[in-house]
Design a protein around this ligand. Sequence first.
Ligand SMILES: *Cc1c(COP(=O)(O)O)cnc(C)c1O
Length: 404
Amino acid sequence: MTQDELDWSDAGFSTRAIHAGQAADPSTGAVVPPIYQVSTYKQDGIGNLRGGYEYSRSANPTRTALEEALASAEGGAGAAAFASGLAAEDTLLRAVLRPGDHLVVPDDAYGGTYRMVAQVFGPWGIEHTAVNLGNADAVLDAIQPGRTKVVWIETPSNPLLTVADIAAIAVHAQSAGALVVVDNTFATPYLQRPLALGADVVVHSTTKYIGGHSDVVGGALVVADGAQLPVGLVGPTGTTSVLDAVRFHQNASGAVAGPFDAWLTLRGLRTLAVRMDRHVANAAAVVELLRHHEAVTEVLYPGLDEHPGHELAARQMSAFGGMVAFRTGSEDSARAVCAATRVFTLAESLGGVESLIEHPHRMTHGSVVGTALEVPDDLVRLSVGIEDADDLVADLSRALRSVA
Ligand SMILES: *Cc1c(COP(=O)(O)O)cnc(C)c1O
């Protein structure tokens, strides 16, 4: 059997991330999928396509490689890659919701997700309820059987690092006829596999850990094998398959990932496992400094015993991730810490090799101030990078000293 024909489904995570969907180029032997920077494809007679490629909005070989690799990484039946995480979310919600439907969203969802749910889908007749997903009873109460068509999970959440029980929520949501969607951007498929825990669809902002180098914006949907549209809905292709509906909408609305973006994202995915191991180790070193520091009133990290989601996170994740948040007791001191670091760069986004620091209230979550999703103004969020841990600890320690 040649390498091109291998089925990677039994291989380990890193082997799949490096090989699934990425066989050597058949015509040249190039070991990395080339950037097919092309919009259209020669047809060998009308409708006689080579490998199914017709026009690059519908499909492009570089994007196909990324989609196959992502599907393999998450253990899904198929994936679709988009121009951004929000483009992926927008496409999914349009594929599975109709006016009059209701969805449940976390009360500390990524700000852009909530803004889209409230301000884009709200006016089109989609209602929502924002709940604390760390509280299973509140989630149950928010589900309106027959009307709730999607339960949106983000775990760990952004920026408060709340942990939600994917398996438990999935059972309740699915028995009420709702689809379970998990934004797995923070955990990545290396640390958490929502489809294996019962979710129907995984959403990624591949801009973050999967891309991993702060050089590309992208998003993806990965759909579980056999996932069905909410009860009563038939998709535009006449089936009830979520994957069919997602693929139809990806092409029909067209917010696809371009070839170069797909290529960069795939390059990032290949090293995801080794990067995550370092992010996790460095986060642990940073947490150790923060939890004993007098200028810090609270550390939010699922790896801490005292974190309310600690045991759950230990069960459903293989490690606790590279995102850390902490509180300083006042907005002024939080802002001062953000302004005082040198190795941690003051910037939005996360998941890159370089460490970032930010003030969610004024930055990433500025769009939800005044809503149920408003975050504390003394909160600082860190995306702990893969530099040397000693340098990260020294940088934060100096910045904290300057405000203590
Ligand atoms: C960044 C982010 C998104 C949105 O993705 P974009 O690529 O910026 O459109 C969605 N969810 C989470 C958790 C994110 O961090």
